[in-house]
Design a protein around this ligand. Structure first.
Ligand SMILES: C[S@@+](CC[C@H](N)C(=O)[O-])C[C@H]1O[C@@H](n2cnc3c(N)ncnc32)[C@H](O)[C@@H]1O
Length: 339
């Protein structure tokens, strides 16, 4: 009915006074679900919906009295669903809260799943959503720690901790990278997931949401506030520093490169095996910040140990209903004098 093969304008459907079951079915077809990252194609199980006319159709439902339907209750339900469908079309910022399942591979070729809650997004709370870079970095983590074997071996004679490797995530958002790291490392590491005060409650609740899996692998996860714009009052001691610092998609304002690097510098352990692992989307508008970040990292004495580019797809389509390809750059940094 609402397919590419059918030219009937959607808003015309209401003139036939269809039964509630027909309208509900149409509204179900029109639901936009977040796509999984990395897939450029739409859900083939659903008929293709022509974008033209959808907004008019939804608006006509909302403005109709739906007088031919049996009950007020049914009318309310249909108006609510039609409003939700309109919101979904206004982009991710208008989406209601949702929970999503992410599948992360391990080095043995198996996968584990993390469930993350994403409250509805507002423009100043970007950490309420899970971004492509964190998905790509999470799926890459097992490779990174395989190719830097000293990070996974317990032979950490110059590590700042006794038994567990100490890791810190900056700008964790919903926590995908940090929780993936914790699950992959199990008892060999602890990780502190951090973000701004408004983001940490959801981050902590996402850690709790996955506590069964984290317990199973004997992971150690804590969450807390760490604002990059406020340097630590006093230099962290060598015990307080971290062996590994992780960050995904942390640069989107002119201050971010300076703030991020000024946070990595005091908190990264000075050990031979200390590593900062960062994944950044190469979006045109932020390329100068990526360059500034690279320069500032080198200025504090860090050098790239390993790097690469990879491509994924945003989980929201553009205005034409097309998947948006995003190129990302991942990099692993160590202290240059120790390499
Ligand atoms: C684009 S989001 C990325 C979130 C997550 N890493 C991901 O990729 O899904 C950027 C994150 O950086 C955090 N952030 C921005 N400025 C910050 C600051 N000054 N201190 C700490 N975190 C900050 C935001 O709250 C947000 O969670």
């Amino acid at each position: 009915m609402i397919t590419a093969d059918d030219d009937e304008p959607l808003h015309g459907i209401l003139y036939t006074k269809p039964p509630s079951s027909e309208i509900l079915k149409a509204l179900d077809y029109l639901a936009i679900q977040p796509k999984s990252f990395g897939h450029g194609s739409r859900d083939a199980s659903k008929p293709k919906v022509l974008p033209s006319g959808v907004t008019e159709y939804l608006t006509s439902i909302i403005s109709s009295s739906l007088a031919w339907l049996e009950s007020d209750c049914l009318r309310e339900e249909i108006w609510d669903i039609a409003s939700a469908r309109l919101s979904e079309r206004a982009g991710r910022t208008a989406m209601p809260s949702l929970s999503r399942l992410f599948h992360i591979p391990t080095s043995s070729g198996e996968e584990f799943s993390l469930t993350l809650h994403e409250p509805s997004l507002t423009s100043d709370n970007l950490g309420m959503k899970t971004w492509l870079s964190s998905y790509l970095l999470s799926r890459r983590l097992h490779f990174i720690f395989e190719s830097v074997p000293e990070l996974v071996n317990s032979d950490l004679t110059s590590s700042s901790s006794g038994t567990r490797l100490r890791a810190l995530e900056l700008g964790s958002g919903t926590g995908l990278v940090g929780l993936s790291f914790a699950t992959l490392q199990g008892p060999s590491a602890s990780i502190h997931l951090t973000d701004l005060p408004a983001i940490v409650p959801n981050l902590a609740s996402n850690a709790a949401l996955n506590s069964e899996l984290l317990c199973e692998v004997n992971a150690e996860v804590t969450t807390g506030v760490l604002d990059w714009s406020t340097p630590p009052a006093s230099a962290p001691s060598s015990e307080e520093r971290y062996d590994i610092i992780l960050a995904a998609d942390p640069l989107y304002s002119p201050e971010h490169p300076r703030w991020l690097v000024q946070t990595i510098e005091p908190w990264l352990s000075r050990s031979l095996h200390a590593r900062a692992v960062v994944e950044l989307p190469l979006r045109d508008a932020y390329l100068p910040q990526v360059e500034e970040f690279r320069k500032r990292m080198e200025e504090i004495g860090l050098a790239i140990v390993e790097q690469g580019n990879e491509t994924g797809y945003d989980d929201w389509e553009d205005a034409d209903g097309e998947s948006v390809e995003v190129h990302c750059w991942w990099s692993v940094w160590g202290w240059s004098e120790k390499l």
